[in-house]
Ligand binder design. Structure first.
Ligand code: TYD
Length: 212
């Protein structure tokens, strides 16, 4: 069995991360890898139902944080952990870094409480080792640029409709998270699409995950 790989994509709304998912999946498949592609909130029928509520229904910050982690728990148990146990590459569009950035930095919810929920939901085995991505591609983009991109987009959800100030806080939440963990690869998402993809490839190649 090849070593499993847990890869996540993060960034503020409008950063363009989702447009590289197809190419990422194809790249790993071309290496003969089995790929499980998924997203958060979501990835299971239950978690997708919760996603609808999280993105559309008004709620207080604790409810929001609990629903995000409830969705994540179901997703880990049913999809992520079994896929990693098979040796798959799991490509997940957002994971817990988004919770620290959006619910934590964005909404101002207590990061220590989020850390306890993280431990509770992602702790594995007897020693409670935290399930964390092996690599996080962090699409970094100034919030003003993201706002201009989103202005042309479809009907905004509850997060996309937030102010540029909210996204400034979310962006600094991501930056703080990235500063504290070696698993982050910063992608300059202000560049053109092809250049962004080149950066993604390089981040993978530098870590020996795909050929250079
Ligand atoms: P997103 O992944 O950007 O999907 P789409 O491209 O379809 O809009 O949308 C998910 C939204 O959920 C995004 O605004 C961030 C938010 N979110 C949180 O607030 N907390 C979380 O823990 C996660 C995973 C996402």
């Amino acid at each position: 069995m090849t070593a499993p790989l847990f890869l996540t994509l993060e960034g503020i709304d409008g950063a363009g991360k989702s447009s590289h998912l197809d190419a990422l999946e194809a790249l790993f498949r071309s290496q003969g890898r089995a790929v499980t592609r998924t997203r958060e909130p979501g990835g299971t029928p239950l978690a997708e139902s919760l996603r609808e509520m999280i993105l559309n229904d008004a709620m207080d910050p604790l409810t929001e944080a609990l629903l995000v982690f409830a969705a994540r728990r179901d997703h880990i148990v049913r999809v992520i952990a079994p896929a990693l146990a098979r040796g798959d590459v799991v490509i997940c569009d957002r994971f817990t870094d988004a919770t620290f950035a959006y619910q934590g930095a964005g909404r101002g919810f207590d990061a220590q409480v989020l850390g306890r929920l993280e431990q509770w939901v992602q702790g594995q085995g007897e020693d409670g080792e935290l399930l964390q991505p092996d690599l996080t591609l962090w699409f970094d983009l100034p919030p003003e640029v993201a706002a201009a991109r989103l202005a042309d987009a479809r009907q905004p959800d509850r997060f996309e409709a937030q102010s540029t100030d909210f996204f400034r806080r979310v962006a600094s939440g991501y930056a703080a998270r990235a500063a504290g963990a070696a698993r982050f690869a910063r992608i300059d998402a202000e560049r053109g699409r092809d250049e962004v993809w080149q950066q993604v490839r390089e981040a993978l190649a530098q870590r020996g995950l795909v050929p250079a």
